[in-house]
Ligand binder design. Structure first.
Ligand code: TRP
Length: 433
């Protein structure tokens, strides 16, 4: 059986906090212990440069995050553990993907759009203070994922759009240069506690300054937990678990049974002070042994440096270098003496053809779309009868796509020549029958 590849990265822009632990490190390490899984964990230090322009902070954060993974139980002999900037094939692939990525798709990335909206709100030019790295962020992330054919990517909800974009780039690349170059990755969100609330109840995030460092010394951990925002209900009054940051944090560390007991305690009017004490004890009991290992690791950065370099060296040899060799060949960065082969040279003979799919919507109308795998090439508007829709499909199959026809529109960022190519592939297949 081919193993499932699970890959995730943490941006090295801060100190690891409980949100990173619950949202990424813990589920990733649990997944890596399942049989039939090959895991890739890396330090996304190129991503850090988008936001952090303080070299010492990037360095310190890289050390802390690497030490955190190791302290939490990562075994570099069992999983691929590396630093993004030690794998030059990642930025190289980023460029290949940049040249097929739709700019319109990148315009719609949440992080970039939020930055533009902030500028507009402040009456600034759209792109004031926005570097091109922020704009390209999803492409670099796609390269991280696609280079290693990751099947599953455990991430927080805020990152799901990035995985969808990686799929989009993979599909485009496959469509242009031959099916089978890239595997389409899927986002995996831990169902129970995908995002952890921070001290103020919003998502725990460095940018909100509401984090609890994963390896804060015991006394500081206690102080931070006692500063979690709660409502003003007195001991004895029933408390809501719904919307309670304290409860959600507890749930993220407790068993189902313990969580039920806490839910009961809320209903019975547990005082906030006592609830915080229980939360503190619960978290500290999980974190304390790891904290001790962490402190020992951080005291020896040269050991971690060696482990990271070694990981990247083996990974490049095994996957990244041969992979880029094949991809360069696929796009035409080739030995000039070699005989030219076409764009789809890599396409196996049995590559699936694009298909027309017909369906009915809740509005009672009849629709169709032309899809290539999961890539929507054409989308129709609603027709009154299936016959009308069928007639339109037949016309498309016979002739070329007419961009002026308003009853069918290209899918997101799909070019007319891509549609024409799909239609002519269908015609060629029909003739060959
Ligand atoms: N963007 C991710 C984050 O901020 C970090 C990241 C970079 C990543 N490359 C990745 C996560 C590839 C998963 C896969 O959380």
């Amino acid at each position: 059986m081919t193993p499932t590849r699970v890959l995730t990265g943490i941006t090295t822009s801060g100190t690891p906090h409980l949100g990173n632990y619950v949202g990424a490190i813990r589920p990733a390490l649990a997944a890596s212990r399942r049989p039939g899984v090959e895991s890739f964990y890396f330090l996304a230090d190129y991503h850090a440069l988008v936001k952090v322009h303080e070299p010492a902070r990037v360095q310190r954060s890289t050390l802390e995050i690497a030490a955190a993974w190791l302290a939490c139980g990562l075994d570099p002999a069992q999983v691929w553990f590396y630093r993004q900037s030690d794998v030059p094939e990642i930025p190289e692939l980023t460029w290949l993907l940049t040249c097929i990525a739709g700019k319109g798709l990148l315009n719609r990335a949440h992080a970039y759009k939020a930055a533009v909206d902030r500028n507009r709100g402040e009456g600034e030019d759209d792109d004031t203070g926005i570097n091109a790295g922020l704009f390209m962020y999803p492409v670099l992330m796609a390269a991280d994922i696609l280079l290693f054919d990751a099947n599953q990517v455990p991430v927080g909800r805020d990152q799901v759009q990035h995985i969808e974009m990686a799929r989009d780039f993979a599909q485009r690349f496959n469509h242009l240069y031959g099916e089978g170059h890239f595997v389409l990755p899927e986002a995996v969100i831990e169902a129970q506690v995908a995002t952890l609330p921070g001290l103020d109840g919003r998502k725990m995030s460095k940018s909100y300054d509401n984090t609890i460092p994963l390896f804060a010394p015991r006394e500081q951990l206690k102080k931070l937990i006692y500063s979690i925002v709660t409502d003003s209900r007195a001991p004895g009054e029933a408390k809501d678990t719904e919307g309670s940051a304290l409860f959600q944090l507890y749930q993220a560390f407790a068993s189902a049974q313990e969580t039920d007991a806490m839910r009961q305690a809320f209903a019975d009017g547990i005082g906030w002070g006592e609830a915080k004490q229980r939360l503190f004890e619960r978290i500290d009991s999980e974190v304390a042994p790891m904290r001790e290992r962490y402190e020992a690791l951080v005291a020896h950065p040269e050991t971690i440096e060696q482990q990271l370099r070694d990981g990247a060296r083996r990974l490049r040899e095994r996957y990244a270098v041969p992979r880029l060799r094949a991809l360069r060949e696929a796009v035409g960065l080739r030995d000039l003496g070699a005989r030219a082969s076409g764009a789809k040279a890599g396409k196996p003979a049995s590559a699936p053809l694009p298909v027309f799919k017909q369906y009915r919507e809740a509005d009672g109308k009849f629709y169709f779309k032309l899809v290539d795998g999961e890539h929507v090439l054409l989308q129709s508007t609603g027709f009154d009868s299936p016959k009308d829709a069928g007639a339109r499909i037949a016309a498309l199959k016979r002739g070329a796509f007419d961009a002026a026809d308003a009853s069918v529109v290209p899918g997101n960022d799909v070019g007319v020549d891509e549609i024409d190519a799909a239609l002519s592939a269908l015609r060629a297949a029909a003739e060959a029958k």
